[in-house]
Design a protein around this ligand. Structure first.
Ligand SMILES: [Zn+2]
Ligand SMILES: [Zn+2]
Length: 246
């Protein structure tokens, strides 16, 4: 399994690449996880559009899904070129319904609603989901393949259920939107501090922690230090182009 970071700034891009977009590659293909602004220009090639095995949108906030609306056009083009014949399936929460309703597109995109009972097999990976604490329905994702686990928190404030969900993961990709001094905002905004991201990694006993969903005007080193205090070990900061092989 391999994670590639396409973009990790949120909730808007500045000068450090686009908003959340990740590729998770298994033995049978690539799952596109999130499609925030900038994802498609990082994805790069018509081949990538043709071969993506599935798309998972953790939730329907624009910083995680706006490029999906444009991906629909790319899919139509690759079908027209004969590079793909199967519709792409996008998994996303069914609410807000007005946003979910714009995901399916002609014959080329089919949308499937996410909930905690859903199990997805895509790209040779097994995916499971956990509802997070966020102002709109949002799901953390666990990818499993041959005994390796990658867990993505998506957007969330602190929730004990995340500890069990991330237990023993080889890699935790955790949002770290807030600095510790803003911890009081976590509950209202539905986000973790960098220190909480670190503590989540420690309590879940993960091997490796990468922090993401980075507010572009914060100092990434300061966020990393706060995450390392919580984790009790080295933490990596996501950046476009970062690849992690599991
Ligand atoms: Zn977000
Ligand atoms: Zn959000």
């Amino acid at each position: 399994m391999k994670l590639t970071v396409l973009g990790c700034s949120a909730p808007f891009p500045l000068d450090k690449g686009g908003c959340p977009g990740y590729l998770v590659e298994g033995p049978g293909g690539q799952v596109l996880l999130e499609a925030g602004p900038g994802t498609l220009s990082s994805l790069g090639s018509v081949r990538a559009y043709a071969s993506v095995a599935a798309v998972v949108l953790s939730h329907l906030h624009a910083d995680h899904m706006s490029d999906f609306l444009v991906l629909r056009y790319a899919l139509e083009a690759v079908h027209h070129l004969g590079l793909r014949s199967e519709p792409l399936v996008v998994y996303a929460p069914a609410e807000p319904a007005a946003l979910f309703s714009v995901l399916p597109y002609r014959q080329v995109v089919r949308a499937e609603p996410l909930d905690e009972s859903r199990r997805v097999e895509a790209g040779g990976l097994s995916l499971s989901f956990l509802r997070t604490q966020h102002p709109v329905p949002c799901y953390a994702v666990r990818f499993e393949e041959r005994g390796k686990g990658l867990v993505y928190t998506a957007d969330t404030s602190w929730a004990e259920s995340l500890v069990g969900f991330a237990h023993g993961a080889d890699l935790l990709l955790a949002e770290a939107t807030l600095m510790e001094r803003e911890a009081a905002l976590g509950g209202q905004t539905g986000h973790l501090t960098a220190g909480q991201a670190g503590r989540l990694g420690a309590e879940a006993g993960v091997r490796r922690l990468v922090i993401t969903h980075l507010v572009p005007f914060y100092d990434a080193d300061a966020l990393r230090r706060e995450a390392e205090d919580g984790f009790g070990g080295p933490v990596e900061v996501a950046r476009p182009g970062l690849e992690v092989e599991l």
